[in-house]
Design a protein. Sequence first.
Length: 70
Amino acid sequence: MSIHLQTYIGFSDGTSHITQNFSFVAYAIYSPTDELVSIHGIWLGQKTNNIEEYSVVIELLSNAISFGIH
C-alpha cells in the first residue's frame, strides 16, 4: 500500500528589539503547487527572541491545522 503525501511549506521570520519594547513575527504557508495558502503577521509586544521564535512556529502550525493540513 502506497500513500501519496503532499508537502506544504511554511516560512517564518521575526524581529525583536528589547529596548524599543516590540516584537513582531510573520509567517506564510504555501501549497505543494506553490500557491499561497495563508500569510499572517503578529504583534507580540515585549518578548525575547526565543519566545518570538517559538510563538511564530506555534501560530504557523495552528493555522496549518485550521486549513486541514496535517
